[in-house]
Design a protein around this ligand. Sequence first.
Ligand code: SF4
Length: 352
Amino acid sequence: MTAEDSRRQGEWKLSRSVGIPRALSFYSYYPLWKTYFESMGINVVLSRPTNREILEWGIRETVTDACIPIKIFHGHVIDLKDRVDYLFIPRMVTVDGQATFCPKFLGLPDMVRFSGEKLPPVIDSPVQANRFSRGIFAFFRDVARQLRLVRGYRWAAAVVQACRKQRLYQQLLLKGQLPLQAMRCLEQKAQADCGKRAAAVSRSGGSLKVALLGYPYVLYDPFISANLYQRLSDMDVEPLTPEQVSPREMHRQSKVLPQNFFWHYSNRASWSSLHYLEHAGRVDGVIHVTAFGCGPDAMVDKFVELESKKKRVPFLTLTIDEHTGEGGIQTRLEAFVDMLRAKKEREGKGAG
Ligand code: SF4
């Protein structure tokens, strides 16, 4: 790197910040983005956890029939816009070269840019990878271009380091850590402990097991999901999510259907349902959490319902929108869990 390059990198370090909205792809890829920017000396600013104010901003900015995750994303953009030099809204196209992200993901940077708000420049590099680690170099090359970063040794090391962090993150999710816990773990120095704690989480279990299916930005945002994951744990139910199904198993399940869905997260939800329903007793019930106004979910929900029926596993759909009340969710969950317990007891007696 020349002296001029070093000077330019040094300027970035002192003055630039990139805002990352705590929504949508945040739950899948934040450690990747954050490690890259910080390794390049750029300050990362995260929007606040979703709250009523952020939701209201998002509703104001979007068309009424947009799904709630998209509305909330716009709210997070408003939360960041006056605090950062750039907004980071990658155009998520594909991470496996086959399925694409849903059309709203594809058009997200444009949707935000033309929302009418005065925004800082949007970094909208496309993620278009056949295999994630390969295509990601092209992606970060484009990010560097948009930020006018020098692509030298430091840049390559930042990409490698970011991919390494992302792999660790995915391993923690696989072992049963929730995204926010796993992110916190990765921030700490003693990362070896993260794995041990994750293993302990996955062993702790509950008296019932329920496949909790849906998109990560719905399942793991406590505000959107009305803290569903925690509510189930409090009822002594172990929620099993798509993030706990290994890539190899996802690949195996992708061969089961003659035709998969066109969309990345929809496939993950449907393949996990096949995995959890494959063997009797793997789960006691299935809950599909779907966002009102989600086109892809209209098909995924029916698919999971029919598969559950085929395997005689009780199924519940929870549709979330901006009017969803915590009371309603709690009542439906309690009724469902009571029914699962009664069924398990009956079957236990029948077997004895
Ligand atoms: S998959 Fe559904 S919930 Fe997700 S962004 Fe697209 S329309 Fe919204």
